[in-house]
Design a protein around this ligand. Structure first.
Ligand code: T46
Length: 143
């Protein structure tokens, strides 16, 4: 996987009456949740994201429909399809993301570790690659 990202199976309780997914901060996901937002009414022409975050940690879940998430750590990239409510994608700091191929009925739910901070966004891909390579290079060296 791309560094600082992880696909997780969310705990799901199913019986004849339906299904329930529960997510606990600092349990199921490794951070406090300080913000929740969701994206809907997108379609297959919608292309969103195009940024990284310096500090933010997030869990993305497509709770209805499907969407592709392109993630890059500045070295390589990968596309993860989110297409079921019990599949989550954790994205940590210094990961570029783009969201595309939204199904018309897609609802992308995001649990975020921090409040909305415009200064946390990195929107220039070339600058992101330089900073991410420094960041992950240093992270790798300290392992
Ligand atoms: C991310 C991906 C997955 C707010 O006012 N508060 C918020 O918490 C957010 C997330 C957005 N906004 C405003 C800022 C913009 O005027 O909503 C508008 C659309 O936001 P943005 O263009 O950043 O949306 P996306 O879909 O490109 O990116 C969002 C998140 O911003 C980002 O953190 O990781 O979803």
């Amino acid at each position: 996987m791309i560094q600082n990202t992880k696909v997780i199976d969310l705990p799901c309780w199913q019986d004849a009456t339906g299904s329930l997914v529960a997510i606990e901060a600092n349990g199921t996901i490794p951070f406090d949740v300080n913000r929740v937002y969701y994206i809907f009414s997108a379609n297959d022409e919608s292309h969103r994201g195009f940024h990284s975050h310096r500090n933010l940690e997030q869990l993305l879940i497509c709770i209805h429909g499907s969407v592709d998430i392109l993630i890059s750590d500045g070295f390589s990239s990968e596309t993860v399809t989110l297409n079921k409510p019990e599949k989550g994608l954790i994205i940590g700091p210094m990961v570029w993301r783009e969201m595309m191929n939204f199904a018309d009925d897609a609802v992308l739910l995001v649990l975020a570790s921090r409040h909305y901070e415009t200064e946390d966004y990195m929107r220039d891909f070339d600058e992101f690659v330089i900073e991410a390579r420094k960041y992950f290079g240093e992270t790798n060296r300290s392992r």
